[in-house]
Design a protein around this ligand. Structure first.
Ligand SMILES: C[S@@+](CC[C@H](N)C(=O)[O-])C[C@H]1O[C@@H](n2cnc3c(N)ncnc32)[C@H](O)[C@@H]1O
Length: 353
């Protein structure tokens, strides 16, 4: 028996990762903030903990089905459903096969939490919701080595994009994941809106709203681009909507990837309102990043480039403020700085602390 957020769960012989608690909590907060009534498919349930937490913690769950290909998982889900008095179907099946054959109109929210990459499941999950005007896709990726560039060769295969291993590789990876999900959404004439997307402990989480219609999809294209890293990898960075940059020399590039916001203000505000302390901290960072250009610089790269010691973050942020540089911290890296304007202004503030 395990315990998460005050709830007991049977998890004997099935996958359960206690480090994902915060991620499940943030997802649950985001799901609760959705206005529509949700007909959920928890497509990779394991113990069923994610879906059961949605059913217990969110006010908008109209129905929920639990799917897993493993018989032991189905047994655990049934025990947990009974324990928590949750009504719904359990489905012992392979996810793609089930989703491809499910009735359109049955689900308007699909949760994808497989081992590794969710990419092979995007098409069938979105296809299962193809007749909806509005639908929701929630997906977890744990293949961060692929998305962040330490197993770079696999990224074009899974995500049709090139990653880049550097200080901001987790942001690059998350943006590659969003863009890949967008591709599948566009195939069914849905535009996407990121409600809450974040990185936490070697996993990327995306929760997207899908809206039927070409207008949204066409609008999305404006948020697709590339990032180039010039001298001093990770410091002189440029992002561009075209695969070209103005840097005289560049060291590496990543893309195509999503360059728009990673959450919606409404979702972030609703989540923060209901969140407890630890959750609030990360949610406020995620919300603070809204409206800032993608990517960030770290104090360690600045220190290496300027060949000097690294000042404390609080002092540096005070100096940035005194110098009129708009900057925020980022949830991706403790020593990351997101800023508006020129990198030279950040370097000047860094040098003067
Ligand atoms: C990472 S675990 C899910 C974790 C769970 N959602 C949680 O929050 O604890 C992945 C689950 O997907 C199941 N699975 C893997 N491949 C599958 C497939 N193709 N179809 C259906 N289930 C699958 C595994 O049996 C496993 O229980």
């Amino acid at each position: 028996m395990i315990r998460e957020k005050g709830l007991d769960f049977f998890a004997d012989g099935v996958f359960y990762n206690p480090h994902m608690e915060l991620s499940r909590t943030l997802s649950s907060l985001a799901v609760d903030s959705i206005d529509d009534k949700l007909r959920v498919l928890d497509a990779f349930s394991a113990s069923g903990i994610r879906g059961i937490r949605y059913a217990k913690e969110c006010r908008n769950i109209e129905s929920i089905d639990f799917l897993d290909s493993e018989h032991d998982a189905i047994k655990a889900i049934r025990k947990n459903m009974k324990l928590h008095k949750i009504k719904g179907k359990t489905i012992e099946h392979e996810a793609i096969h089930y989703m491809i054959n499910s009735d359109p109109g049955k689900y308007n929210f699909v949760e994808l939490d497989p081992f590794g990459s969710p990419s092979p499941y995007f098409h069938s999950a979105i296809r299962a919701m193809r007749n909806e005007k509005t639908a929701y896709l929630s997906a977890t990726a744990t293949d961060t080595a692929v998305l962040c560039g330490s197993s770079a060769d696999a990224c074009p295969r899974y995500y049709h994009s090139k990653p880049m291993l550097n200080d901001f590789c987790h942001e690059t990876g998350l943006r590659i994941l969003i863009r890949r999900a967008m591709e599948s959404a566009h195939e069914f004439n849905f535009g996407i809106e990121p409600l809450l997307c974040f990185y936490y402990r070697h996993q990327m989480k995306i929760i997207l709203k899908l809206r039927k219609g070409a207008d949204g999809a066409n609008e999305n294209i404006k948020n697709i681009g590339y990032v180039f890293s010039g001298d001093y990898d990770g410091v002189r960075v440029e992002f561009s909507r075209k695969p070209i940059c103005s840097l005289k020399k560049y060291y590496d590039y990543a893309g195509p990837l999503w360059i728009g916001d990673l959450c919606s203000r409404k979702t972030a505000d609703a989540c923060i309102k209901k969140a407890e302390d630890d959750e609030k901290k990360i949610l406020k960072l995620i919300k603070g990043e809204m409206g800032y250009p993608p990517f960030f610089v770290t104090t360690s790269s600045l220190g290496k480039m300027q060949k000097r010691g690294i000042p404390g973050m609080e002092k540096l942020f005070d100096r940035l403020k005194e110098n009129g540089v708009k900057a925020v911290k980022t949830h991706f890296e403790r020593n990351g700085i997101k800023y508006k304007g020129k990198i030279e202004d950040v370097i000047r503030a860094f040098d003067s602390v």
